[in-house]
Each structure stands twice: as structure tokens, then as C-alpha cells.
Design a protein around this ligand. Structure first.
Ligand SMILES: [Zn+2]
Length: 280
């Protein structure tokens, strides 16, 4: 076989492979959604969820039940991988799934369809990015990270930081990285989860982002002043970890986030039993 014939055949094989992928891919997607929707927590997973409940915001009975359903679906649909010597177990999977699903407790939310893989290191991990930043510059220095969200559907986490959030640390790396995943859901918007009408969201978020850059905040991490995407992730972290202080310091920002996520993190009187606004 000549080189030209070989190249021709390679193209034919590639084309057949792509056609098969197109046929199989939608089937795989439907199967993945069905599996998650039908999933129920095992007794061991229920126990793991009960064990970490004191580290989560207090939830109404309705939202607690919904969280269990969302966690079951998330566990059925997501692959977890230990890295750097970390050995994954059920308690770890449930702790990550539960914190991620806190952001998807709206009645019609459908989890994180794009997230396929979660990689967990025992501790903060070094990352060396060779991709240029928004200014076209490549940083030579590696970064020490507690978490990282890839728009290809992968989230990387440090287990010690996941645990710290459950023990009350104001930083919640799972919530932060999954807020980025919600942001990735609409490539044409930045600093917002998917929704039908962005007008109020844009006004309130822009005002508080500018305030954080100019004067700082008693509760929001200054890291949020990096850009609108980081502001959104930091604001959601604060809403989950420290809702009462956020409501006192920035009441309209709290109201905006609570209207979307519906957890009532500022206190029981603010809980929305009927769930939150539509995620769009
Ligand atoms: Zn971030």
C-alpha cells in the first residue's frame, strides 16, 4: 500500500469513527442522564452525607431531601480520581458531591451535565500553565492551588481544603470551582450562572465588583477583584460559608444570590421552602 493510499484509508477510518461517535454520543448522553435521575444513595452514602451535614449550611427538610437526590445523581454520573497518592473513598466522594450540589437545589436544576471527572490531591498542588493569559503572556512560575476548574468538564481539588470548608473555613474550594462550572455553562456570559434574564444580575454584580476593587469588603475575599468570573466564585463561596455576614455587609448582593440559589444561608427565616428561582 502506498503512502497516499494509507493516508486515504486513514481518513476513511476517521470518518467512520466520527460517524459512529455521532450515533453513539447522544445515546451515551441519554443513558448518562437516566442513570443519574434514577440513582438513590446507598446506606453508606446516606451515612456519609449525615456525617458532613453539620459542615453544610442548615437546610430545610425539603432541601435536605433534594440534596440527597442530587448527590445520588452526581455520584452516578461523575468519575472520581485520586492523584498524588490520594486514595479516594466514599466519604470523600459524598463530601465533594454534597458541596457541589448545594448550588443546584433549584426545583428544575439538572446538576452539572458538563462535569465528567473530579481529580483529588491530598493537599494543595502545583500547576504549571503554559497557556497564555488574557494579555498573551505565559507565566514561568508554577502556582500552588487548592482547586482548579477546567472548561473541558474536569475539576481538580485539594482534599485538605475540601475538609477545611466543612470545618468552617471561609474559603470553600468545591463551591468556588463549581461556581466556575456554572459560569462555563453559558460561554457568552462571564460571572453568572445560566439564567433567562441577566439585567438585575449584571447591575448588582458590577456594582459590588467595582466596590471590591476600589474599597474592599469586610467579608468578600480580595481575590474576587481579579475579574468578574472570580468575583462571582468568591461571592458564591461567601454566600454559602458566611451568609449572615454577607447579608449584613452587602444585603442586595445576598438577596440576588439567594433568589438564585435559595439556600437561605443568612438564617432559617430566609430559607425558601419552595426552592429557588429558575436556573434557566
Ligand atoms: Zn477561581
Amino acid at each position: 500500500m502506498t503512502v497516499a493510499e494509507l493516508a486515504g484509508w486513514s481518513l476513511v477510518v476517521l470518518a467512520i469513527g466520527f460517524a459512529l461517535w455521532l450515533l453513539v454520543h447522544p445515546w451515551h448522553e441519554r443513558r448518562r442522564q437516566r442513570r443519574g435521575a434514577a440513582a438513590r444513595l446507598t446506606p453508606a452514602q446516606q451515612q456519609a452525607l449525615a456525617d458532613i451535614a453539620p459542615g453544610l449550611p442548615p437546610l430545610t427538610p425539603l432541601l435536605r431531601d433534594r440534596l440527597a437526590d442530587r448527590v445520588a445523581a452526581f455520584l452516578a454520573d461523575t468519575r472520581f480520581h485520586g492523584a498524588g497518592g490520594f486514595v479516594m473513598d466514599e466519604a470523600c466522594r459524598v463530601a465533594i458531591a454534597a458541596q457541589a450540589c448545594l448550588l443546584r437545589l433549584q426545583p428544575d436544576a439538572d446538576g452539572y451535565p458538563a462535569v465528567r471527572d473530579i481529580v483529588v490531591y491530598p493537599d494543595a498542588f502545583w500547576v504549571h500553565h503554559e497557556a497564555p493569559d488574557e494579555l498573551g503572556l505565559v507565566d514561568d512560575e508554577p502556582d500552588l492551588l487548592a482547586g482548579e476548574a477546567w472548561d473541558a468538564g474536569r475539576v481538580v481539588l485539594s482534599w485538605s481544603d475540601v475538609q477545611a470548608a466543612l470545618e468552617g473555613d471561609p474559603v470553600n474550594v468545591v463551591v468556588h470551582e463549581f461556581a466556575h462550572q456554572l459560569d462555563f455553562d453559558r460561554p457568552d456570559t462571564t460571572g453568572a450562572p445560566p439564567m433567562d434574564d441577566y439585567r438585575e444580575w449584571s447591575t448588582v454584580m458590577r456594582e459590588h465588583f467595582d466596590d471590591l476593587r476600589e474599597t474592599g469588603s469586610p467579608v468578600l475575599d480580595p481575590y474576587g477583584s481579579e475579574n468578574p468570573a472570580e468575583f462571582f466564585a468568591v461571592a458564591v463561596e461567601t454566600y454559602v460559608q458566611n451568609g449572615a455576614d454577607l447579608a449584613r455587609a452587602h444585603p442586595d448582593l445576598y438577596r440576588l444570590l439567594d433568589a438564585y440559589f435559595g439556600l437561605g444561608t443568612a438564617g432559617p427565616s430566609r430559607s425558601l421552602d419552595s426552592g429557588a428561582g429558575s436556573p434557566g
